[in-house]
Design a protein around this ligand. Structure first.
Ligand SMILES: *Cc1c(COP(=O)(O)O)cnc(C)c1O
Length: 379
């Protein structure tokens, strides 16, 4: 395997070993019987009679790491488990960018946490906006490479499928970009919505490209947003650095249990069924939105949401709100000053959007479609 170029890690962190916790610095020889090295309670709580959570957890629970590695088809040494992919984003910025010096590159409109993490770390954010074709968004890999190389950026964040665009960056573009940047910057491909696409994951490029990192999460397709489990899949050399930079004990024991259960075959099959339903409903939701005369454009992206541009966003939002439906108002985002994002919810929730918009159309006598589907008549 190619080495991860050590020069990409912040020079002041290259020999940093991180916090030595009772778990990371404990004995590894024949198992002791009595553990008195971490100031834990010697007896369990009334609320935890078996003592399941009495002790600090393993920072990277080996069974969970193994299950995630198998699920994503990578070696365990590449897996860094964290508090959602949000934490992985944070770890990457902190490990690779010198505060006040090295930049990160993003391609707007995109996920806000890249900019937030950069800002909190005191590093500049360079934006290479995606091109809006009217029906989709396109990332220009050449422009991204020029911006990153020209600015001395250390991290490039691309979400694919993108949020809020739903746009997929072709794997060939990702491979070329990772290669073009490899002497200077890490390419992070955030695949929070990968399950909702048909195409291959960028994990298939990891072996070839030591400076590529792929982010995955259990928050979206796996329906565990509140459990906070996400991973960075990276070169083992970089993974080691990320684990050292990570705040102690990122994975609570109850979370590990839940995540392991979610990665068992039955649960994964269930996730597959839910994802298939979302893909079907995504089209239904896009059709519903496109049929409203106040919506002038719908982006049929590859996530579990639909992005729509409005001529009367206030009206659309008000009608939805009157039916108790909240969607994401994106009008504060650069280039999206007329846009809303609607999540593909449960089938009856998708139907409720149609009802909310369709009711208004009938009620005012304006031309427009009947709701795509009435509640309870899912197809
Ligand atoms: C939702 C989302 C995430 C979230 O991740 P967590 O694993 O819940 O922290 C990451 N990236 C993108 C692009 C998202 O939309």
């Amino acid at each position: 395997m190619n080495d991860f170029p050590a020069g990409l890690v912040r020079d002041d962190l290259r020999d940093f070993t991180g916090y030595a916790s009772a778990r990371t610095s404990g004995p590894t020889d024949d198992a002791p019987r009595i553990w008195l090295n971490a100031n834990e309670s010697g007896t369990p709580s009334l609320v935890d009679p078996q003592g399941a959570v009495r002790r600090y957890p393993d920072p990277q629970p080996p069974d969970l790491v193994a299950a995630l590695a198998a699920h994503y088809g990578v070696d365990a040494g590449r897996v860094v488990v964290g508090r959602g992919s949000d934490e992985a984003i944070e770890l990457l910025v902190r490990s690779l960018c010198r505060p006040g010096a090295d930049a990160v590159v993003v391609c707007s409109p995109t996920f806000g946490m890249y900019g937030v993490s950069a800002r909190l770390h005191g590093v500049p954010v360079l934006d290479v906006p995606q091109r809006d074709t009217g029906t989709g968004f396109v990332t220009d890999p050449g422009a991204v490479a020029r911006a990153a190389l020209g600015s001395g950026a250390r991290v490039v964040f691309l979400a694919s499928p993108g949020n809020p665009t739903g746009a997929v960056v072709p794997l060939a573009d990702l491979a070329r970009l990772a290669a073009a940047l490899s002497d200077q910057a890490v390419l992070v491909v955030d695949e929070a919505y990968q399950e909702f696409t048909e195409g291959p994951s960028a994990t298939t490029l990891l072996a070839e490209h030591p400076t590529l990192v792929v982010l995955r999460t259990l928050s979206k397709a796996h329906a565990l947003a509140a459990a906070r489990v996400g991973v960075a899949l990276a070169h083992p050399g970089l993974a080691t650095v990320l684990r050292r930079v990570q705040a102690p004990y990122p994975v609570p024991v109850p979370v590990t249990r839940l995540a392991l259960a979610a990665l068992a075959p039955d649960a994964v099959r269930g996730t597959g069924h839910r994802v298939a339903q979302v893909r079907r409903d995504r089209e239904r939701l896009a059709d519903t939105l496109a049929a409203d005369p106040r919506i002038r454009g719908v982006y049929r992206g590859q996530g579990n949401f639909v992005l729509a541009r409005c001529t009367d966003a206030d009206g659309v939002l008000a009608d939805l709100r009157a039916s108790g439906v909240v969607v994401r108002d994106l009008r504060h985002m650069v280039g999206l000053d007329d846009a809303v994002r609607v999540t593909v919810g449960a089938p009856e929730e998708v139907a409720a959007v149609g009802t909310a918009l369709g009711t208004r159309l009938r009620g005012t006598g304006e031309p427009g479609p009947a709701p795509m589907t009435a509640p309870g008549t899912r197809t």
